[in-house]
Design a protein around this ligand. Structure first.
Ligand code: CDP
Ligand code: CDP
Length: 222
């Protein structure tokens, strides 16, 4: 790698984006930015304020007076909503099942994308989401689109739940993932779609390390 670059990682839910993005960022000493956490943080605040999630204007107004930032001081990433640590809260079932409703609004996306572009302006970032390669960093030097079968993705989330001691039902997880993928892929504003120049990696039968290595190799070629 002869220069500072940006790495864009997109794909559907539980394809392994954040896990491998963190590994690649660490290896390159780059910053990892989880754009999904930004939509989740807004959803969390909107639910807390009892907003109607179909009301685009109220959501934009709320977003404009909301600060969402990341603290990368130790090894893990902390998500701060108006200065408060919401890292765990934004992963709740309630937020997960409704975040795609918030994320479908064009004006919400415009504001989020502006903020994300600023975070990526100095390169040296690994950013993951749904529209990074298509809208946020369309000129990213490395673009990958991770996929895996829905069965495998549901199984991955199931294992996470079991490890955390949470109740878990694979069939239910599968339905939720399919529903979210559908909402994300079918919305009008920057839908989940592979950028024409992104490299697709099917992670179904790959380990986390194998996927991270593939992305690292792509970066090394720049
Ligand atoms: O980690 P997981 O795949 O469960 O989801 P996430 O990356 O935290 O994203 C949560 C939701 O935010 C997605 O289902 C999308 O609705 C939305 N999102 C988006 O629209 N655009 C992005 N760049 C990132 C997330
Ligand atoms: O960010 P995204 O929703 O795309 O997925 P993730 O949260 O990074 O990964 C979901 C789960 O799948 C995590 O528990 C990973 O450890 C696991 N995983 C895996 O088993 N094999 C891979 N190749 C990638 C992720």
């Amino acid at each position: 790698m002869k220069k500072d670059i940006a790495i864009a990682i997109d794909g559907p839910a539980a394809a392994g984006k954040s896990t491998v993005a963190k590994i690649v960022a660490k290896k390159l000493a780059y910053v990892y930015i989880d754009t999904g956490a930004m939509y989740r943080a807004l959803t969390y605040k909107a639910l807390h304020n009892e907003l109607d999630l179909e009301d685009e204007e109220s959501l934009v107004q709320l977003l404009l007076k909301t600060d969402i930032s990341f603290d990368h001081s130790d090894d893990s990433q902390i998500v701060l909503l108006d200065g408060q640590d919401v890292t765990r809260d934004i992963r709740s079932q309630n937020v997960t099942s409704q975040v795609s409703i918030v994320a479908k609004h064009k004006k919400v996306r415009e504001e989020m994308v502006n903020r994300q572009k600023k975070l990526a302006q100095n390169r040296r970032v690994v950013m993951d989401g749904r529209d990074i390669g298509t809208h946020v960093i369309p000129d990213a030097e490395v673009k990958v689109f991770l996929i895996a079968t829905v069965e495998e993705r549901a199984m991955r989330r199931h294992k996470e739940n079991i490890d955390k001691g949470f109740p878990s039902d694979i069939e239910q997880l599968k339905k939720e993932i399919e529903k979210r993928d559908q909402l994300d892929s079918e919305r009008e504003a920057s839908p989940l779609v592979k950028a024409w120049d992104a490299i697709e990696i099917d992670t179904t039968s790959l380990s986390i390390e194998q996927v991270a290595e593939k992305i690292f190799l792509l970066a090394s070629e720049i």
